[in-house]
Design a protein around this ligand. Structure first.
Ligand code: XMP
Length: 315
């Protein structure tokens, strides 16, 4: 069995020996980066800076949740609010791969600036065993350039420290529980965030629509799971598609936006089956979305495709 307490003690000691100057970590709020940050913080205190990049593309309430988590864990942190820069860089871009490339590069530039400002010589990362064991497969790269987004390049000129390198996800969750970190059970979320759930142009208005719709899907499915109506899916969200369709608003013809509801069951994201959401839950989701965004959304559709032939995300 994995000895959590021993691992924590040894790792803190090890980090303390390795990191002799200032260190920085990019913290997404996911369990891996939170645990790595917490261990490094225990080892070197305020010589560690955890940076959370608020790209303006995050889910509803996400930045506040991460801020609360970082406060609670007592980690020295900074929230870089750079939404405007990201929207400017994405202006007019509709190609999904180009979106990923722009977001990935921008993320690195923002992070580099923070590292320089903090005079960081060490880079802490929450890499876990499957990240480097599987990174040679190249399969996903040929479909979407996943690995390039939200990651940091090797040549950043800092010394890399990866305290979780030998752990698997369940072991990281054990450490998170031991350290009383709340981040453990979140659903997977793509690096380029809501940008790839906003088909077509990524404008603040479009992101706001998909953010609200994602929140409603998450909230209603969590409620349904709590009420015993269904199992919580592996991933569940909304997508905004760049098609306007005819509807009625009051007694007038309206030309509104379309939201897709997507929920899948999967083990590793490589294949997936769509989740059969109970009809009454779908009904509630549809009504809530169109009521909340009356002047914008007039149609809600439900994606019933497996992967393959489709992918989980729409871009
Ligand atoms: P697809 O859409 O390829 O997604 O079936 C499989 C899993 O990967 C996530 N995903 C991404 N994760 N950067 C990421 O870090 C990306 O660009 C990206 N695109 C998709 C997706 O949410 C699912 O969990």
């Amino acid at each position: 069995m994995f000895g959590v307490e021993e691992f924590v003690d040894e790792t803190i000691e090890d980090i303390r020996k390795k990191i002799t100057g200032n260190a920085i970590i990019a913290c997404s709020g996911g369990v891996d980066s939170m645990v790595a940050a917490a261990l490094a913080s225990k080892a070197i205190g305020d010589r560690l800076l955890a940076v959370y990049v608020d790209t303006g593309l995050m889910r509803k309430g996400e930045t506040d949740e991460v801020r609360a988590m970082l406060e609670h864990t007592g980690i020295n942190y900074k929230i870089a609010s750079v939404g405007e820069e990201f929207f400017a860089a994405l202006d007019g871009i509709t190609d999904p791969e180009q979106k990923r490339k722009i977001i990935g590069e921008k993320f690195i530039r923002v992070f580099e600036k923070e590292a320089k400002g903090f005079k960081a010589e060490f880079l802490v990362q929450g890499t876990i065993a499957p990240d480097w064991i599987e990174s040679g497969d190249g399969v996903r790269d040929t479909i979407k350039s996943h690995h390039n987004v939200g990651g940091l390049p090797k040549e950043m000129g800092m010394i890399l420290v990866e305290p979780l390198r030998d752990l698997y996800k369940d072991e990281v969750r054990d450490v998170a529980r031991f350290l009383k970190i709340q981040a453990s059970e979140r659903q997977p979320f793509p690096g380029p965030a809501l940008a790839v759930r906003c088909l077509g142009e990524v404008t603040p208005e479009n992101v706001e629509i998909v953010r609200e719709a994602c929140y409603i899907v998450e909230d209603e499915l969590q409620k349904a799971a709590k009420a015993g109506k269904m199992e919580i899916p592996w991933q569940y969200f909304a997508v905004l598609i760049p098609t306007r369709t005819v509807g009625v608003q009051g007694d007038r013809r309206a030309y509104g936006r379309t939201i897709v509801v997507r929920a899948v069951t999967s083990i590793d994201g490589m294949t997936a089956t769509y989740t059969a959401i109970p009809m009454d839950v779908l009904d509630t989701i549809s009504t809530r979305i169109t009521n909340t965004m009356k002047s914008q959304v007039n149609r809600v559709v439900y994606d019933i495709t497996n992967k393959p032939p489709s992918t989980i995300e729409w871009e």
